[in-house]
Design a protein around this ligand. Structure first.
Ligand code: NAI
Length: 318
């Protein structure tokens, strides 16, 4: 992959800003990273360089060129104007706060030209809530990554009512080009798609735990040794299609039973503000995953996600 001379701007140099920087740099783009905190910007630059070197050593680095070459594609700036100069795509990565995102989008709006696309990494806030007053709002959208984005490729693209379809299409092409896996929501929807599915799963996990049906450990196992491996390759609708002679046959054979289980035994959505239950689950985890070891477990998780990402890449899409 040749060095791409086009420039990408990243606003906010925390966890997600650093991940986007490495992904775009790996795809050959020149990346300029901006942050209001100059010390954080220094840390981000040094983290990016050491992380890429570690990934290179472990055979996990994406894209082309050495870790040093990829790192040199990432520059930093303490001036938003300089960071956005001659850019064609901005990925905003500031903390999830409506007032802050509204302010930052207004600042970006004041500096960019008419063709620049500005995507927010927002995990909850919808684009209409912070882009309404922007002059370039038809070029603004949410492009929500999943942590850790370097190894989990999904990006949820969510338009505001005023986002142009061609802006969605261009962003989708860009995401595919850099090796991410975009999905396009047709309109704004709280929770986007991944969290809506995840909430459904968490709700039933919570209700099963609360009713004493299984331990927390066993509920987690149902996912990581059951649903999880399957869903790493095929989705829930495809599963229906493959588990019978097509999805129509599945519905004829199994729908009644599935709806019956839910109608007769599913409980209402649990209140997750349920601290006593959370404390019971945490007490169970304290033996296997105490809070002072949680960082090690995160690292363990990321290493496994990295290995899975590598395997899936080697196996190809189909
Ligand atoms: P973070 O707290 O690690 O980084 C935010 C960075 O923004 C900090 O370096 C901070 O100095 C900087 N910042 C604050 N105000 C700024 C401003 N006015 N202009 C420029 N930079 C500014 O946050 P993180 O985790 O990277 O999250 C960023 C966004 O990504 C949030 O919207 C979050 O919801 C979303 N997201 C986070 C995920 C996660 O697991 N952490 C996953 C997916 C999305």
């Amino acid at each position: 992959m040749a060095q791409n001379t086009k420039k990408i701007s990243i606003v906010g140099s925390g966890l997600i800003g650093q991940n986007w920087s490495m992904i775009f740099a790996g795809a050959g783009y020149n990346v300029c990273l901006f942050d209001v905190d100059p010390a954080q910007l220094e840390r981000a630059k040094s983290n990016i360089s050491s992380t890429l070197q570690r990934y290179e050593k472990d055979g996990l680095m994406r894209g082309t060129g050495t870790a040093v070459e990829q790192s040199t594609r990432v520059s930093t700036s303490t001036s938003l104007e300089e960071c956005l100069h001659s850019t064609f795509y901005v990925q905003e990565c500031v903390p999830e706060n409506l007032e802050l995102k509204t302010k930052v989008f207004a600042q970006i709006d004041n500096v960019i030209g008419d063709d620049v696309i500005v995507a927010s990494s927002s995990s909850c806030l919808v684009a209409s809530s912070f882009t309404e007053k922007c002059n370039h709002r038809d070029h603004m959208l949410v492009a929500h990554p999943i942590n850790p984005p370097y190894f989990i490729p999904l990006v949820e693209m969510v338009p505001a009512p005023w986002t142009k379809p061609e802006v969605m299409a261009t962003t989708r092409t860009l995401m595919e080009e850099i090796g991410q896996s975009p999905v396009s929501l047709k309109r704004e929807c709280p929770g986007f798609a991944l969290n809506r599915l995840q909430y459904a799963c968490i709700n039933e996990a919570w209700n099963m735990y609360q009713s004493g049906l299984l331990s927390a450990e066993d509920i987690d196992k149902v996912c990581y040794d059951g649903l999880g491996p399957r869903y790493a390759f095929i989705g829930p609708l495809e599963t229906m299609h493959l588990n019978a002679d097509g999805i129509v046959d599945y519905c004829k054979r199994y729908a009644e039973g599935a709806v019956d289980v839910q109608n007769k035994t599913f409980k209402p959505i649990p209140t997750l503000y349920d601290v006593p239950t959370a404390e019971k689950i945490q007490a169970e985890y304290n033996t296997t995953m105490p809070l002072d070891k949680i960082q090690n477990k995160r690292q363990w998780r990321d290493n496994r996600l990295a290995a899975l990402a590598k395997l899936k890449k080697e196996m190809g899409k189909n």
